[in-house]
Write a protein that binds this ligand. Sequence first.
Ligand code: ADP
Ligand code: DP6
Ligand code: CO
Length: 325
Amino acid sequence: MKATAKAHTNIALIKYWGKRDESLILPMNNSLSLTLDGFYTSTTVEFRNDLLEDVFYLDDKTVTGNEYYRVTSFLDLIRKQAGNDGLFAEIRSANQVPTAAGFASSASGFAALATAAVKALGLPYSNQELSVLTRQGSGSACRSIYGGFVEWQQGTKADGTDSYAVQVANANDWDIRVAAVVLSSDAKKVLSREGMKRTVETSPFYSGWLESVPSDLQAIKAGIKEKDFEQVGSISEANCLRMHATTLGANPPFMYWQSTTFLIMEAVRALRADGISAYFTIDAGPNVKVLYMPKDEEAVQHKLRSVPGVRNVIVSRPGSGISCM
Ligand code: ADP
Ligand code: DP6
Ligand code: CO
């Protein structure tokens, strides 16, 4: 009744932004991501008959409050599916990724938790079933089941059974790089969950965002198939800017970027003006991820590290899907 699992984070190139069902976590649009080998979560789940409630340690600290509630209510789903309602667990998780800072800790966190819990209870889930389950912990997490380029298909059913991720291209198919530019590891003020809800409910720009996604998706998938870096990069950057634009129209308005975020965007544009193909994308936080080709590693690193306010640059390659120990 004990298992350990590891899952990598993923960076969305076409963003998931907005839910049509908040309790089942069903998205308003399909999204597409790249799993990253540089950031991951390892989680051990042990179900024990002597426990009267779940106990959750994150990076060796006991977790209480909302973060604890999110984990136990997610385990409730699994307990229900296993027909084991009164069985509680000790959960020990370690994030090799800053928590709640826009590096997708919720993606690696819930993918590792779901995988370990399902294994610990001996449930014979396929990866597709695991993706459906994981989605209900954090939407972006359903994509971390797989490595490489992954699409989350929003599905049409009300019960969510057709809303899961599928692999578009394997991690080994294409060696591209993603530099995570760290300005701040502080937790964001507006969590992804709250930010997207406010945007759907109040931003007049939201409908424009939704209209723009299908053509982005089609074009980026063609770009991935043809290994056309310019196409994949430029669509990712434009899609990111459109997602963030919706937050400016929300009520009350909000913005995930800081002044250093702008400096990095400018540095990436300057690289392009110098003939180096690099593109940025940003999730719900101030930190920036820069996509580039291996041959430009040195030039990109040098440029990003020279930006005032940059604390670290962490390079990832395409990462693999979940693994169990
Ligand atoms: P991020 O950009 O890091 O994904 P989110 O706002 O989406 O930020 O989610 C952060 C939340 O994800 C945390 O507050 C916590 O509730 C949850 N989380 C992060 N890491 C883990 C983990 N290892 N196990 C379980 N839950 C986690
Ligand atoms: C901007 O998956 O963290 O990173 O489903 O509420 O847990 P919940 O939100 P989450 O949202 C991620 C938003 C994003 C874009 C993306 O990863 O696709
Ligand atoms: Co998240």
